[in-house]
Ligand binder design. Structure first.
Ligand code: GLN
Length: 355
């Protein structure tokens, strides 16, 4: 007898060992990252998803708060071939159902072949396959979470006083802490504003730069952030990471689409089309920019599948990345993105804001 059941959209129910009890549901995705489980689990972009680690042993170097990207775990459940006691303790404290001792290789292969799929989980002594199927039946598709921004964003503006390199309006669609840190390390002052901030809210902080963060779910559900890009492009430099790139593309006449199973890991190769240089990048996304539209040039592409990894408009001072230049977890190859972004402020020809 098993004490954990995972019901998949393809009709299968997989048995496993229960590590943290509970019932839940979400979109089943996988990451190939072999380290960085603390960063991945606290990445707000995993909201409403069930995260499978393809690396077989997770938790082997403990759990330390310094590595968290936000103040809580975001996936609704966690799956690995084997979790250590340390990580089970943390998942338990946060009430996140967890299972292991299942064939995660088979699970990952299924997701690769059939695409990211809905799933339902029932874990604990009373768990039944029927309970897992009930969860699956109640599971919504990612795009149906129309107000997912509210689940991950700050409610009120928060200011991080840094230096005077730039005043950044960072629209928090589910921002990773490392993005804020990367700006502070370069002496910027960062105003973190809610995902549904209005153009007036942005004007109130008198920024030199509009920055749209990463975030969970379908970028088409972030209309307020799109409206901000629309309102400020040309007047302020605009930057974006991950969901931020997608929102910028949607605002400037481009389009986004759902990928089969997305990119999640720390070794996604990206080629810069101008220099020819290839960098290894950290990624976590299930949507991508399909058409960039007339105003944006694709400047970087994914070496594996050719999808857009970087968009720019030099005249309008717009620069975005689909991957995570801030790393955490992952390689530091593209940290210079933040220097490029802040350079836009000094080259900006619009009237400087007064402090
Ligand atoms: N990390 C992100 O910002 C993810 C972007 C978006 N939610 C996607 O899945 O594509």
């Amino acid at each position: 007898m098993s004490d954990a059941y995972l019901a998949l959209e393809d009709g299968r129910v997989v048995e496993a060992r229960g590590r943290v009890p509970g019932r839940t549901r979400g979109e089943l995705v996988f990451t190939t990252a072999y380290t960085g489980y603390e960063e991945s689990l606290t990445d707000p972009s995993y909201e409403e998803q069930v995260l499978t680690f393809s690396y077989p042993l997770i938790g082997n170097y403990g759990v330390r708060e310094e590595r968290f990207e936000s103040d809580r775990i975001h996936p609704r459940a966690a799956i690995a071939r084997e979790f250590t006691e340390d990580i089970v303790e943390w998942l338990d404290e946060e009430g996140i159902p967890a299972i292991d001792h299942l064939d995660t290789r088979d699970l990952v292969t299924s997701i690769r072949e059939e695409g990211a799929m809905k799933c339902g989980l029932a874990v604990g002594p009373d768990a039944t396959p029927e309970a897992a199927k009930e969860e699956l039946d109640a599971c919504k598709g990612m795009s149906e979470h129309t107000d997912i921004g509210a689940q991950v964003s700050v409610d009120e503006p928060v200011v991080y006083e840094g230096g005077s390199t730039a005043t950044v309006a960072l629209i928090d669609c589910g921002a990773k802490g490392s993005i804020i840190d990367s700006l502070l390390e370069r002496d910027a002052t960062v105003h973190v504003l809610p995902y549904d901030a209005t153009p007036e809210d942005v004007a109130a902080v008198d920024p030199d730069l509009l920055f749209i963060s990463n975030g969970p779910g379908d970028p088409e559900n972030f209309e307020a952030a799109e409206a901000l890009v629309d309102a400020y492009v040309g007047d302020l430099p605009v930057a974006g990471i991950c969901l931020g790139q997608q929102v910028v593309a949607n605002a400037l006449g481009g389009s986004t689409e759902k990928m089969a199973f997305g990119h999640r890991g720390v070794n996604q190769p990206v080629r810069d089309l101008d220099s020819g240089r290839v960098v290894m990048t950290t990624q976590n996304h299930g949507y991508t920019v399909g058409e960039p539209g007339d105003q944006l040039n694709v400047t970087q592409v994914n070496v594996n599948d050719g999808t857009a990894e970087g968009l720019e408009n030099e005249e309008l001072n717009v620069i975005t990345r689909q991957y995570h230049p801030e790393a955490n977890p992952g390689p530091h190859d593209s940290l210079d993105f933040f220097d490029d972004v802040l350079d836009l402020v000094s080259t900006d020809t619009t009237v400087a804001t007064s402090d």
